[in-house]
Design a protein around this ligand. Structure first.
Ligand SMILES: Nc1ncnc2c1ncn2[C@@H]1O[C@H](COP(=O)(O)OP(=O)(O)OP(=O)(O)O)[C@@H](O)[C@H]1O
Length: 204
């Protein structure tokens, strides 16, 4: 379980959020929403340990994340604005590189993941020669091979077309149905009318 406890954050002398508390348990699908500059990215980065809050804590299974780093990072897939896709490497090499760092090598799963994100036939193209949306798809392919329970995804739909959004909705749903948790931001419509989605609004 992820527990955000009384987090407060100030940037540029502006309070982005104060005493913010919420939890994510297995099966939870949570969207952080709010206007540009509300603090969504800042919040996700703090939770992932990439930024500092003025006060408050983030806990994983009851332990401070700062003290349970191995358990937390072993269960976390974080995808931010900057995806870490290497331009000089092909789509396949990028995903293989990610897999080598995070788990057992399994080539078949890489081909399958790239096909799932619509990159079949483009696997051997260097990322530099792929479109913005295809580059984002290379990064998103990680979700198909991920063994992490908690997905924290900042604007995963950037540059993704309507068909891709549907595919991701199904994937998120599948992940939470199998005990995972997804915490994400998006400015696009996603999970419209889906009662499973919980929204937390910043900047109100
Ligand atoms: N490192 C930083 N130093 C100073 N100010 C920062 C820093 N990072 C973010 N900010 C400020 O914090 C505010 C929130 O930024 P953030 O990127 O979290 O917003 P957001 O809700 O994700 O916005 P968007 O919808 O545009 O992506 C902005 O006003 C931004 O200028």
């Amino acid at each position: 379980m992820l527990e955000v406890r009384e987090l407060s954050c100030v940037r540029d002398e502006r309070v982005l959020f104060e005493d913010l508390s919420f939890t994510l348990s297995s099966g939870d699908l949570v969207q952080i929403e709010g206007p540009n500059g509300a603090g969504k990215t800042t919040l996700l980065r703090i939770i992932a340990g990439l930024g500092l809050a003025e006060s408050g804590n983030v806990l994983w299974d009851g332990e401070l994340v700062s003290k349970a780093r191995e358990e937390f990072y072993g269960n976390l897939l974080f995808l931010g604005h900057s995806t870490g896709v290497k331009r000089e490497m092909t789509a396949f090499e990028n995903l293989a590189f990610y897999q080598r760092m995070h788990g057992e090598a399994d080539e078949d799963s890489l081909w399958e993941a790239l096909a799932r994100v619509g990159l079949a036939g483009r696997e051997d193209v260097p990322a530099a020669q792929l479109s913005a949306g295809q580059n984002r798809r290379v990064a998103l392919a990680r979700l198909w091979i991920s063994q992490s329970k908690l997905w924290i995804l900042d604007e995963p739909l950037t540059a993704i077309d309507k068909q891709g959004v549907k595919v991701l909705e199904n994937l998120f749903q599948h992940h939470v149905n199998h005990g995972g948790m997804v915490l994400f931001t998006t400015h696009q419509d996603m999970f419209e009318g889906n009662s499973k989605l919980r929204r937390i609004r910043l900047g109100v």
